[in-house]
Design a protein around this ligand. Structure first.
Ligand SMILES: *Cc1c(COP(=O)(O)O)cnc(C)c1O
Length: 385
């Protein structure tokens, strides 16, 4: 009997363990030199000017919303098919969340639907958009930014699923997720199921110096010790709290783990793409299974999602065979909290139809060929029963 197969799993190497142990024995436990090193290497990896390491992806989203001055009068759009944090960051700042339905082919937010939503409201109603590179499928930010600029909207790219992902722009140039060329801010998560694991952890990338400085301040209580920024200076101990910030710091030993993981990120991505290709090839001629289609060259394959009939039965059948698939995600607008805010089932039919049929299959760098074959075999067996 094959051991149990989850849908996603972290990969901690001996080098990772050593990197953490070395940092535990060094001078800094919380923010120290490893933070700067992680930020520098991560910004190089995605191609952005700046990076700010924070305690998790949700904190990253919260700080982005704060830095862009989201408040009670802000109206912000996102997709129903995402982890709740993509929407919640707007609520943390008192703003209102609006949803635009998904593109049924690639399951990311539909840019045409965003435009329709914008045009259905008075001019200046919306302040920003939070697109999600869902499952690792990069949103066409060139297209989205054109629309955003026409209506004076900012963009926070939720790239939690897409480190290493990219799309090709109109000049056929690679545009990496989080590179800051289109989005004002991009965020990543280092939760164990994501590509790079820190235990908990997050990163914000940007090319905007002003936003970068604001994020650095907000990450540590809004406190600065920078003598050039102080309004007064009473001596060497002196600091000022200039804004209401939080403690959203990442620790140095988590950053050490992140650095070590980042060094293997491309290798992991390569393996994910191979696994995805094998699933796609195996299901190609089976009408009952529909994958995320369309342009997928720069897909980062955080998830491999199929749409199937009899999803619940398949899920249970696989579970009996020790294969633990997952559903990503329950549409955010149907959660009890968002229902209280006035949203209801039926508001976004394509997202809801997607939810009824979607299933995330096992995909992670240490998934063996034998394990993947077993998953495929069981799915095929289910539909021929
Ligand atoms: C994981 C995830 C988050 C939140 O990240 P945490 O580090 O768990 O707080 C936000 N958005 C998406 C799309 C995610 O997958």
């Amino acid at each position: 009997m094959i051991k149990s197969i989850p849908y996603g799993k972290q990969f901690i190497s001996n080098e990772d363990v050593q990197a953490v142990v070395d940092t535990l024995k060094a001078d800094f436990l919380t923010q120290g030199p490893k933070i700067n090193e992680f930020e520098k290497k991560f910004s190089e990896y995605v191609g952005s000017k700046y990076a700010v390491a924070v305690s998790n992806g949700t904190a990253a989203l919260h700080l982005c919303a704060m830095a862009l001055n989201v408040n009670e009068s802000s109206n912000v759009m996102t997709t129903p098919i995402t982890f709740v944090a993509s929407a919640n960051c707007v609520r943390y700042c008192g703003g209102n969340v609006f949803f635009a339905d998904i593109n049924p082919d690639n399951f990311t937010i539909d840019i045409e639907k965003i435009e329709q939503l914008i045009l259905s409201k008075p001019k200046g109603f919306f302040s920003g958009i939070i697109p999600v590179d869902f499952a690792g499928y990069p949103v066409d930010l060139e297209e989205l930014k054109k629309l955003a600029d026409e209506h004076d909207l900012w963009i926070i790219e939720d790239a939690c699923h897409a480190p290493g992902g990219y799309f090709m722009d109109k000049k056929n140039k690679k545009q990496s997720c989080g590179n800051g060329n289109y989005a004002d801010l991009s965020i990543f998560s280092f939760h164990p199921v994501k590509h790079i694991a820190c235990g908990e952890g997050g990163m914000i990338t940007t090319n905007n110096e002003e936003l970068y400085k604001k994020l650095i301040l907000l990450r540590t209580h809004g406190i600065t010790k920078d003598v050039n920024a102080l309004q007064e200076n009473h001596g060497g101990w002196f600091y000022e709290m200039q804004e209401l910030g939080y403690n959203y710091r990442l620790t140095d030993f988590q950053a050490a783990l992140g650095i070590s993981q980042l060094a293997r990120a491309d290798e992991g991505l390569e393996r994910r793409r191979k696994i995805a290709k094998k699933y796609a090839d195996s299901f190609a001629n089976r009408l009952f299974i529909k994958g995320q289609s369309g342009y997928i060259e720069g897909h980062a394959y955080h998830l491999y999602i199929i749409k199937v009939d009899r999803r619940k039965e398949l899920y249970d059948f696989l579970r009996l065979n020790n294969i633990f698939t997952q559903v990503h995600y329950i549409p955010v607008h149907t959660s009890p909290y968002y229902k209280l805010l006035g949203w209801k089932k039926g508001d976004f039919p394509l997202s809801e139809e997607y939810y009824d049929m979607c299933l995330s299959l096992p995909i992670y760098p240490t998934l063996t060929n034998e394990e993947q074959d077993f998953v495929i075999e069981k799915i095929v067996e289910f539909y021929s029963l």
